[in-house]
Design a protein around this ligand. Sequence first.
Ligand SMILES: [Zn+2]
Length: 233
Amino acid sequence: MDLEPTLFFNGVDGSWYCTRCRERVVKNGRTKGGKQRYHCRLCKTTKVLIPEPNRFGDRYDEQIIRLLKEGCGIRSIARLVGIGPATVTRKILLIAANVQPPALSEKGLSFQVDELHTCVGKTNRKICVIYSWNASLHQAFSLSVGTRSKASLRKVIEPLLLADARRINTDGYSGYEKVIPLNKHTISKRRNNHIERKHLSLRTHLKRLQRRTICFSRSAEMLEAVVRIYLWG
Ligand SMILES: [Zn+2]
């Protein structure tokens, strides 16, 4: 995901240096795509010259989407597709940027808004995944990955209100009262079994996706990309 140059060229001695450590790097084999790889002895990382963001076009996109939805982690996808993990990560971000929620053309639907709490990164930053779900269409319509702020709640709720939602059910968190009109809002932790069951499989799957991808990505951006692709890819 790191698209900043990590190497710089010194014209005086004709060598590549690590941008972070100012240490000369040594050649260290090649990537699967045939790029020269370098190794820095100081920070013990392997680097390539500025990665090309989209060198394979959409050739592997479908395969990546399918594997991601089956819950494969970045490394297994890289192995199965035969490209490097860094390329898989970049591709996932690119694919997710082009994935859109379905148009909410039907009026008067009921929605469940649910949350998943998780932590990302070395500092265990708390991340809240909030999404809306319609049980009869079996479809998510809006998503926010980040904090549980009013802005995040709005991002999830507003598209539903624009489509004239009949009812929006949430858990007991009081923040929702500020963004959902009283006459449309119901609060219930126990939903009917039918919704709950379908819903549960989504929760379980998302949890699994989170666990598997987070160990590699360590970022909220990556988590959002994976969830977007899972819901709408
Ligand atoms: Zn270094």
